[in-house]
Design a protein around this ligand. Structure first.
Ligand SMILES: [Zn+2]
Ligand SMILES: [Zn+2]
Length: 234
């Protein structure tokens, strides 16, 4: 009963806050939602055909990226390129303390998986180092995984993968340095043995972080590891 009243009070308080400070689209500033339908519809999806491994658009029969450095996991996918309104929304989600954006952004992941299913038994978020997570207040990838789970009902395994050392932001590094930066940065648990894991991340730069997560998951017997990000670098 008390929990029910607390819930009512919380909902009423939220409604009150929404009246005072209504959600505004972080891209176009229109009142109503944190990322409005018009701005979401404007996101340009990565066009087919794509490489079946790394998910980059293909302009010829073989993927030049995978020919040079074969992807070290079953496959990676991203909804769109990291630019325009989506880039702005992800940036606000991560750096301006807007955990509310998780639900709307996860709808993009849900729609992607409806159109292009990926075999999976469980969702696993790419972990942040505990220090960075404390500073930010949340792990944005975990919020995405939880919000996606509400749609596709796959369990989110929250304690099977951890970041065991601090790494530099991948954007500062070149391709070779990126692999070295995240090598052995993650540890997995036995729970993943035999499981088909779908890694969730907000942005995939080269895929090196996902591959390093994959290495830890495969080392503990994961049957398959796929990665799905909201956005990827061109
Ligand atoms: Zn908008
Ligand atoms: Zn490829």
């Amino acid at each position: 009963m008390r929990a029910g009243l607390t819930q009512v009070a919380a909902t009423t308080f939220q409604t009150f806050l929404d009246l005072l400070f209504p959600p505004r689209c972080v891209v176009c500033r229109r009142v109503g939602e944190w990322f409005c339908a018009a701005c979401r519809n404007r996101i340009e999806k990565i066009p087919a055909p794509i490489c079946p491994r790394c998910g980059r658009p293909l302009t010829r029969a073989d993927c030049p990226y995978c020919a040079k450095s074969p992807l070290r996991m079953d496959g990676t996918r991203a909804v769109a390129f990291f630019e325009g309104g989506l880039r702005q929304a992800i940036h606000t989600f991560k750096y301006s303390h807007r955990p509310e954006l998780a639900a709307l952004l996860a709808e993009l992941l849900r729609d992607y998986l409806t159109a292009y299913p990926i075999p999976a038994d469980a969702l696993v978020a790419v972990p942040l180092h505990p220090e960075r997570e404390r500073a930010r207040g949340y792990n944005q990838s975990l919020l995405l995984a939880r919000a996606l789970s509400a749609h596709n009902h796959l369990p989110v395994w929250e304690d099977v993968l951890t970041r065991v050392r601090v790494t530099r932001p991948q954007v500062e590094l070149d391709a070779e340095e990126r692999h070295a930066n995240v090598r052995d940065a993650f540890a997995a648990t036995e729970r993943v043995a035999g499981a088909r894991v779908l890694l969730i991340d907000d942005v995939c730069t080269t895929g090196a972080t996902m591959e390093a997560c994959g290495a830890a998951l495969y080392a503990h017997g994961a049957q398959s590891v796929w990665g799905l990000a909201l956005a990827r670098s061109r």
